[in-house]
Design a protein around this ligand. Sequence first.
Ligand SMILES: [Zn+2]
Length: 313
Amino acid sequence: MPFEPLTHEPAVDPGQAREIARDLVVIPNRGVELVPNIGIIGGEHSVLVVDTGLGPGNAEKVLAFATEYARGRELFLTTTHFHPEHAFGAQVFADEATYLVNRAQAADLVHKGPGYLGMFRGLGAPVARALDGVTLIAPDKIYDDAYDLDLGGRVVWLEATGRAHSKGDQVVTVPDAGVLFTGDLVEAGQFSIFPWFPPYDTDVSGLRWIEVLRRLTATGPDLVVPGHGDVSGRRILTDVREYLELLRDETWKRRDSAVSEETIAAEVEALMIERHPEWEGQDWIAKGVGCFCSEHSGHQAAGAGEAPESASA
Ligand SMILES: [Zn+2]
């Protein structure tokens, strides 16, 4: 989600697809805003697509690529979370693939999808055009916490992480290849995206996000496919967690002083930019400060045992 209206097309380019492991391809986002990394994971009899790109036009390109790649194998689609560039092309797959997501994400799509569609349409003409004709469809299959998808000779693990970047975040693990798809729980080369828009959307939780990254690090993937940015080694899970922890600590250090949240945000932003001068998306730092200002260490303990929001569906 950019803050300035986009002037470029948020175009997925399947021509750039590259194999990162055996029968596992990523269509990279090439650093283009509102273009996600898209995964295509093959097995003996089935192929799973991870994320659709923004809107039906992009999704049609992804579907065409996946159909050719599959060569007759059955198609499945999943999305890492409900945000528009990740999920708002699912309608195109309706008759071609089985669309499978976790329950909390399906609920996000119902409760927040229409609002995000409106918000994104305001992000500039190229975005509005890409979203032309979007309809939000219900998934074919919904699971609660975890689902093992058998592609034939390869089982892929789908797992709801519980609320972090959104309520319905899901990660996808390909254990035989050591590959982890994180969606926006991880970005490479940019500051973590905090969709903190009070009073409309306050679902993001920095504290739970830190815990989720700690757990993902323990699974020890070889390759991490972030929501946006380059495919990376497992070290990126630690890098992002350390960034979030520093953002939390620097925010909390100032929170109980008499200064305004605006001043806190400006100070913390300057510090973080100094720490990561090459990262994009500097506007997200202040959003993160706002989120951490609202969170307390007590919430962390309460949140740790919380079910992945399945009760809200
Ligand atoms: Zn997102």
